[in-house]
Design a protein around this ligand. Structure first.
Ligand SMILES: [Zn+2]
Length: 298
């Protein structure tokens, strides 16, 4: 069935142009029951009326479509009843504790963005005039709480794009994206360098001499570091898979542990005697060959 003239949708639903969404819905429900094809299956006129009612409701219950209808009148084709343009992307910075960056966290961000204007239903019009609250744009600036999932392993300077959480477009246009820039606070023990994490672990001179198994903290828990006998101060041990989660492949990076050798605090008569004995049994000549450099020679 082809309708040569599109009827006034407000008239079809028997409501005024200032009807609020609840009135529109009630009018539609009442008429839909009355002209339902289930009830009036054989009545062609009722079926055509039902189609008209459904079409009127489809347009008037959609704030964007209604705004377009109000603006351009009943002659407009439905193809022109498109939502407004996409809203802008919104940038927001977030500062994270090292542990949250390591494990990932869901955080609530206060995002200053444009959101649909509630009182005018994003149409930009109210009571036949431009909406005063949004100056007819259908969107208003708002500070919204937005939950965002920060993936495990983010570093400072990472940008996370959350689709559809930016500013709303005018007249019901879709939202742009939310782009979160991260900054991870320094940690007193762990230092991040690219994909690796570095830390310094003190060991006793006896552990260095004899070797030891030492529990060391890692960004995600703890690990056992096996120190071989004769470890040197400043030696770096690599604990594979004990660093931070990688964003690239869901693997876990490495932890690099630099050992610092701690000496006992002073000697008494007895320990002094024992160390002298040890020195005699385990002679060390740490500066052998240095003489050749005296005076800058080589
Ligand atoms: Zn408004």
């Amino acid at each position: 069935m082809k309708r040569s003239v599109r009827r006034d949708y407000y008239a079809v639903l028997g409501i005024t142009a200032t009807a609020v969404p609840r009135d529109i819905r009630r009018a539609y429900q009442r008429l839909a029951r009355q002209y339902s094809p289930d009830v009036n299956f054989w009545d062609a006129e009722a079926r055509s009326l039902f189609d008209e009612i459904a079409e009127a409701y489809r347009v008037l219950s959609d704030p964007t479509a209604r705004a377009m209808y109000d603006r351009f009148g009943p002659q407009i084709g439905t193809s022109a009843l498109q939502p407004g343009r996409r809203g802008d992307d919104v940038h927001v910075a977030v500062e994270l504790a090292f542990a949250d960056a390591a494990r990932g966290v869901t955080t609530t961000l206060q995002v200053a963005r444009y959101s649909p204007c509630g009182p005018c239903g994003a149409s930009g019009t109210g009571g036949g005039e431009p909406c005063r609250l949004c100056q007819g744009r259908g969107v208003r600036r708002a500070l919204d709480a937005v939950a965002a999932a920060i993936p495990a392993g983010v570093d400072s300077g990472v940008q996370i794009r959350v689709a559809g959480e930016g500013s709303a477009g005018p007249y019901g246009g879709p939202r742009g994206d939310l782009i979160i820039s991260t900054r991870v606070r320094e940690h007193p023990f762990f230092k991040r360098q690219g994909e690796g994490v570095h830390c310094e672990v003190p060991i006793s001179v006896w552990e260095a001499l004899r070797g030891a198994r030492v529990r060391v903290p890692t960004p995600l828990g703890e690990a056992m570091l096996v120190i071989p006998a004769g470890a040197r101060a400043g030696q770096i041990f690599r604990l594979r898979g004990h660093g931070l989660p990688r964003l690239s492949d869901e693997g876990v990076g490495d932890l690099f542990v630099t050992v610092r050798v701690e000496l006992p605090n002073g000697l008494d008569a007895r320990t002094d005697e024992l160390v002298r004995e040890l020195e005699r049994l385990l002679p060390v000549a740490p500066r052998r060959g240095l003489e050749q450099y005296a005076g800058g020679g080589a």
